[in-house]
Design a protein around this ligand. Structure first.
Ligand SMILES: *Cc1c(COP(=O)(O)O)cnc(C)c1O
Length: 416
């Protein structure tokens, strides 16, 4: 019920979907001139290696040996068949998940934090600044910076900083320095968009510092493709051909991109994005150019967006509360190559609890969005009497989200 790849079989190159997208990607635009951004516009923020990956049309990009050495601390991650969940649902579908919760930070996010820290170190940068919502990305970057000997400064959305101390403590254990954001407005609960502004401001004001983003950008999705590449090998070991459907929860799109992009060229494979109905970027947003942050300092990205001033309600899936989506994911949805669904958090937590009571592990609320969709697809397969093969990304564990489970189990959770 569990397929491991030997450490020697970790992918040696990332898969670049850009040359295979149904419609060519539109360029990011400079916030002032509205002209396409060039490398010089981005060089105060990112090292040249990552700027190159942002625009490359090479089909594969080699993973540096130093990066593979660190990823091997937990990769390849297991592929698991959720047979107990299948039995509980009485479905003929076969459900497989890629377990990204086994990383040191407990989610898929270190898959890009590690190469980002590596390329910055290689470029002579000694300090990285970033934002974090509930702390998943900040903890991944603090971990990666510790391994490469970089300083890490994290601007954490104030509401989470005050309510969720444990991820802050993880960041501090790894040597990171964490402050609540927005820094200039102590009464504001903050948002991801305003924390990005704080981190970008920090990075452009110091020579020794670059900025690091945990999702949305092309190079981030590129780094996450190790998830889907490993899953392809492991499904073959499990005796499966291609999956019928690949499912991932979508905040900025890196987890979803990681599991699904290697399947884009496989025409028959249905790709499904899952988002919260309280932050419905793909299902109810509009496709247009928008800023990645509140202060309008970042380039304009072509994406589905709810508007850069959107203040998401404080649902428990902190990692899914972003106003936009990766341009790559937006392109796939706009062209009809990927579908999107949205669920209210009550339905999501019901699925999470059923998963925990059958498979054992307690998923992150973000991950539980994918699980809700997986269960609905498996029940539809039962209705139709179809032996579907379903693959999803188990993007993280929920052991630091027990407050949300407590609210759900005791009737205090807002079911929307
Ligand atoms: C951050 C996060 C997500 C979603 O983020 P993306 O930007 O869409 O990758 C999903 N699951 C977990 C556990 C996360 O931490």
């Amino acid at each position: 019920m569990r397929w491991n790849l030997p450490p020697g079989q970790m992918p040696e190159a990332w898969f670049n979907v850009v040359p295979q997208l149904p419609e060519p990607l539109q360029p990011d635009l400079h916030p002032g001139t509205r002209e396409p951004v060039g490398p010089d516009d981005l060089s105060p923020l990112f090292p040249m290696a990552l700027i190159g990956q942002e625009v490359t049309s090479e089909p594969w990009v080699d993973i540096p040996g130093e990066v593979i050495d660190v990823l091997r601390l937990w990769r390849p991650t297991p592929l698991v068949r959720a047979q107990r969940l299948e039995r509980a649902l009485g479905t003929p579908a076969r459900i497989y998940y890629k377990d990204e919760s086994v990383s040191p930070a407990g989610s898929h996010k270190p898959n890009t934090a590690v190469p980002q820290a590596f390329y910055n170190k290689q470029a002579g940068i000694t300090r990285l600044a970033t934002e974090t919502g509930a702390g998943q990305w900040g903890s991944a970057l603090a971990f990666a910076c510790a391994l490469f000997g970089l300083e890490c400064k994290v601007y954490m959305v104030r509401a989470s900083y005050n309510q969720k101390p444990y991820r802050r403590v993880m960041m501090e254990v790894w040597g990171g320095s964490v402050v609540p954001s927005p820094v200039d407005d102590p009464d504001s609960p903050g948002s991801l968009g305003s924390a990005i502004s704080d981190a970008v401001r920090d990075a452009v004001s110091r020579e020794d510092t670059h900025y690091s983003l945990g999702s949305v950008l092309n190079h981030v999705l590129l780094h996450q493709t190790v998830i889907g590449l490993e899953a392809k090998e492991q499904l073959a070991s499990a005796g499966e051909r291609l999956p019928d459907i690949v499912i991932g929860s979508c905040g900025g799109g890196s987890n979803l991109g990681g599991i699904s992009l290697p399947f884009v060229p496989d025409a028959g494979v249905d790709l499904l994005a899952v988002e919260p109905s309280s932050c419905p970027t793909l299902t109810e947003g509009t496709f247009r150019y928008d800023f990645a942050d509140v202060a309008k300092m970042t380039p304009l990205l072509p994406m589905y967006t709810l508007g850069h001033e959107f203040m998401p309600p404080s649902i428990h899936a902190g990692g899914l509360r972003y106003h936009g989506d990766a341009p790559i994911i937006s392109d796939l949805v706009k062209a009809g190559r990927m579908r999107a669904v949205a669920y209210p958090q009550g339905k999501v937590f019901e699925a999470a609890v059923q998963f925990a009571r059958t498979q054992g592990t307690i998923p992150a609320p973000e991950t539980a969005h994918a699980i809700r969709a997986v269960m609905d697809e498996a029940l539809a397969a039962k209705q139709a009497g179809e032996e579907k093969v379903i693959l999803f990304s188990y993007s993280g564990h929920g052991l630091l989200d027990l407050g949300a489970y407590d609210d759900f189990l005791h009737g205090r959770l807002d079911r929307d």
